[in-house]
Design a protein around this ligand. Sequence first.
Ligand code: ATP
Length: 228
Amino acid sequence: MTLLELEGVTASYGASQALFGIDLRIAEGEALAVMGRNGMGKTTTVRTICRMIPAAGRLTFDGQDLAALSSHRAARLGIGLVPEGRRCFRDLTVAENLLAAARPGHWDLDRAVTLFPRLGERQRQRAALLSGGEQQMLAMARALMTNPRLLILDEATEGLAPIVRQEIWAAIARLKSESGMAMMVIDKSLAELRGACDKAVILERGRTVWSDGIDRLTDEISQRHLGV
Ligand code: ATP
């Protein structure tokens, strides 16, 4: 069943239009990679789905019209965001950060720290004292604590050491295989996206220019649209 669907979606920052026609679809249990060079509209697409900026076009989640909703209502429908820049409450402890986000469902404190054992070890530490990688894990765990139906990861491995990146990708793989979590994943690593995602879209200047199973993304297509 289709969970998220965007068709001909446009969006603007004030007078400046950033999205000119985004088409994408995510079914339950599916992981979609959203790719594109810098500035092509990936984060703006995320902000549009999370209802942070005004948009037009067809935008539905579980059959409901998202366009009219506030960001708060969109989150309550089950859209969990791990934003670029891994925001968390720096003065709260790890456990307090997680519990502040909690909503009823499968994901609770025990399950979150089982997915990220490092967070379990640091439950009583203030978030400000965590490493960048641990803060990213906390941002992911916080999003899971809201028990989303769709998890959106915007550059979750950006700027992290290779070993920590591996831990994040392992957690993404577990989320997919063990809980069938629907996901939208934005990342620069094509190799890792290929392992984690079923489908992909490529954005260029605010438009979807390619969309298919990620195994159909040939070197020629990625060279043409992504330059890699
Ligand atoms: P990156 O990989 O660099 O994060 P991106 O694909 O996520 O890039 P966006 O951040 O969505 O790209 O940017 C799409 C367009 O919207 C760009 O032209 C950018 O300059 C513009 N833009 C992004 N954020 C804002 C903003 N807050 N105000 C005005 N324009 C913005």
